[in-house]
Design a protein around this ligand. Sequence first.
Ligand code: NAP
Length: 292
Amino acid sequence: MNILVTGAGGQLGKAIRNISDLSGHTCIFTDIHPEADVLALDITDADAVGRMLDLQEIDVVVNCAAYTDVEKAEAALQVACEINAEAAGIMACQAAERNISLIHVSTDYVFDGQSNTPYKEDDAPNPLSVYGQTKLEGEKLIEASGCRYLILRTAWLYSCGARNFFNTIVEKTAALSEMKVVFDQVGTPTYAPDLAHAIFHVIDRWNDGQSGVYHYTGLGVCSWYDFAVAIRDAVGHLCNIRPCLSSEFPTKALRPHYSVLDKARIMRDFDLDIPHWTESLRMCVLDYESVR
Ligand SMILES: NC(=O)c1ccc[n+]([C@@H]2O[C@H](COP(=O)([O-])OP(=O)(O)OC[C@H]3O[C@@H](n4cnc5c(N)ncnc54)[C@H](OP(=O)(O)O)[C@@H]3O)[C@@H](O)[C@H]2O)c1
């Protein structure tokens, strides 16, 4: 199949690029910032998206493009809305017109974190932030478009080569003797290469007419504090990490205190195995050590 990947310059897009040769599909990579092997495509430019879909005879779109700066989004509602909601909706309508299928990546931040059991796909969303609101709006526009779609909600994405929590903790625990990390936000880290594999896995097992929302993160549960300690120990640093409350680090955007996602649906419908987050962290550290 011909698969168009948008936002391919970002963290998830890069993870998909790294394994696409093994997928047996022809992948066309695009991003707002072109680079070697990545074509220029701004997903808010509806005409350009339509031309790309036709020119490349696309069968499946994997939309990894998004406005992902959760803090800046609080003061950038319009641009976040254009990218996370309107562009997703337009792409879905264009996919529907051409019988193209869409995989769209969404977020745990559509939930308010008031639950204390893992969120199922049908649980009521109630985003706390502009980022979460605009991602939820994108989901709704896709659902209304009539295209064949899978919305994959994920959380706490990390990998070795990108700007993310993993690299921040590696750098800070190397430089500092002591630091604080919040323990009152609980969720599950997702290793971007695991999600990239899962995306090709579901494309290959996607039944005709099947559309819906699915949750995908690593297995297990931890707080950011637990995750930071595990990263520090895995890379062998000695920094003393102390647990603290989110209120000690006020942010513009509110984050859910609990955002564990229930993965039973994707595991059942697509016969998908998901690694525990600690196992995936081990893989990430091996990757980190191999490029050091
Ligand atoms: N990161 C997480 O922890 C997390 C958690 C839950 C869900 N998600 C979701 O997972 C998906 C992938 O996230 P990620 O971490 O890979 O994000 P990312 O690293 O920010 O990558 C997104 C890419 O899309 C590009 N982009 C922005 N606007 C665009 C436009 N108009 N047209 C085309 N490309 C555009 C970005 O360019 P710029 O860098 O210039 O903006 C970036 O290269 C997103 O849908 C995100 O909402 C992420």
